[in-house]
Design a protein. Structure first.
Length: 117
């Protein structure tokens, strides 16, 4: 069984605001998915990410470390969470990705096989 990392990207400006019925429905959908993943035994980890404004990027060039506030590419969508899921193959990874609420509407789920060392 291979591990896959699922990175969920969302248009931050289009995301429902906390406390709204739309956000409550989204949270409930994530809760249902989390329960399904736990019951399957496939879930290895994952968490939501805070807003892109609270993130930062780090680079080291010529021995100098630089931390820059915000995402690496300011125009990119918000990386609002990740999952690590065991999947038997690409087809199973696609099936799990399709269940992630971020894949619906204005979001995208990017899936990467994890190279086991």
């Amino acid at each position: 069984m291979a591990k896959y990392m699922f990175l969920q990207y969302v248009d931050e400006a289009a995301a429902p605001a906390m406390g709204t019925p739309a956000k409550d429905a989204e949270i409930a959908a994530y809760g249902k998915l989390f329960e399904e993943l736990q019951a399957s035994g496939a879930l290895r980890g994952g968490d939501p990410c805070d807003s892109s404004a609270k993130g930062f990027s780090v680079q080291v060039r010529n021995g100098q470390t630089r931390a820059t506030d915000g995402p690496m590419h300011p125009a990119s969508p918000w990386l609002n969470g990740y999952w690590v899921i065991d999947c038997k193959d690409r087809a199973e990874a696609v099936a799990w990705a399709a269940k992630i609420p971020a894949a619906h509407g204005a979001g995208t789920v990017e899936v990467h096989p994890i190279w086991e060392m």
